[in-house]
Design a protein around this ligand. Structure first.
Ligand SMILES: [Fe+2]
Length: 322
């Protein structure tokens, strides 16, 4: 096995640019994110709110038996992790992100940052990355662009580290400048459509030392990845997606009816919308692979919530809000 990147090279990666100078100037921040693909803001989120969120994660790990009771840090207790799940469902089920963004200090920060009320798009990832002792042949293997899976929705991803994340713990890496390179996912490589390794030169990757209170905002086009975690603890972060309530918003609401060629939705703004469905509609639902229309129709159920993007009455993308 050839190691593409050595630990020393990971340590020596250039850091992200810091954009704290733009706090309070929402339009300029959005221009920066458009230009750089991201904005790294240091020590901006309420430490108390971040600590409370971290404890919810740690408690879930204690319940799973992989962190010792009474812990405030996600230090692994050595219990076998071979069945550790990809997603920690209790965090999803409890919708812990809603409590975090509703914290008055967090809400006030984002309102000031955007210059408008934040509209939270219910696509959330609770990232709990277990430690590994295995060297990774390609540390950037999970490279992706968020927009590929959520076409048509305008949002900015907010990545929030819940602990100190150094080069050993891994964390978020950004492919600087590659936000202007177009869609890099290989459309001929179903069902995952991965970005080929050679599509991103090694020297564009950036990584910083992240601390609780930091925030990385990025657009849907910049490729990014999570680096391997070779520390003694689980790596904890959360990413949520925000839009300005004064900008373009997606369809978000309850399915009222499912027809062979359309979906009727009660939208968050009270409107009843009919969205045309066809084979162009991109939907993975909860399967992780793109679904043909016939299968999509068996999974969409009246009464369930849905998040969608639409263009001229046509459903471009459908997914469950979670
Ligand atoms: Fe992502």
């Amino acid at each position: 096995m050839t190691i593409a990147v050595t630990p020393q090279e990971l340590r020596d990666m250039k850091p992200l640019k810091v954009s704290n100078d733009l706090i309070g100037d929402g339009p300029a921040l959005m221009v920066r994110i458009e230009r750089d693909g991201y904005a790294f803001l240091q020590n901006v989120l309420d430490q108390g709110a971040v600590a409370r969120l971290r404890q919810v994660y740690v408690d879930a790990l204690i319940d799973m038996g992989v962190v010792d009771p009474g812990s405030t840090q996600p230090v692994w207790n050595g219990v076998d992790l071979s069945n550790f799940p990809k997603k920690v469902e209790p965090l999803h089920d409890a919708k812990v992100w809603e409590r975090f963004v509703a914290e008055p200090t967090v809400d006030a920060f984002f309102t000031r940052l955007l210059g408008a009320r934040p509209f939270w798009i219910p696509i959330v990832e609770y990232r709990v990355t277990p430690p590994t002792s295995e060297p990774w042949e390609d540390p950037f293997i999970q490279r992706h662009q968020d927009g590929f899976y959520n076409q048509g929705i305008t949002f900015t991803t907010c990545w929030i580290p819940l602990m100190e994340i150094d080069d050993v713990t891994g964390g978020l890496a950004m492919a600087e400048g590659m936000n202007h390179a177009g869609l890099l996912h290989n459309v001929d490589d179903p069902p995952q459509y991965e970005i080929p390794r050679e599509a991103i030169p090694l020297d564009v990757w950036r990584r910083s030392l992240y601390r609780p209170g930091d925030l990385v905002m990025f657009n849907t086009r910049i490729p990014h990845t999570g680096l391997p975690n070779h520390s003694d603890r689980f790596r904890l972060s959360m990413d949520v997606r925000v839009a300005s309530s004064e900008g373009e918003l997606p369809v978000l609401g309850e399915i009222l009816a499912v027809r062979p060629d359309a979906l009727v939705v009660k939208n968050h703004d009270g409107r009843e919308l009919t969205l045309r469905l066809d084979d162009e509609t991109y939907c993975r639902w909860t399967t992780g692979r793109r679904l043909p229309l016939a299968e999509m129709l068996t999974l969409l159920k009246p009464g369930e919530d849905i998040l969608a993007s639409a263009k001229e009455g046509h459903a471009v993308m459908l997914r469950p809000p979670r």
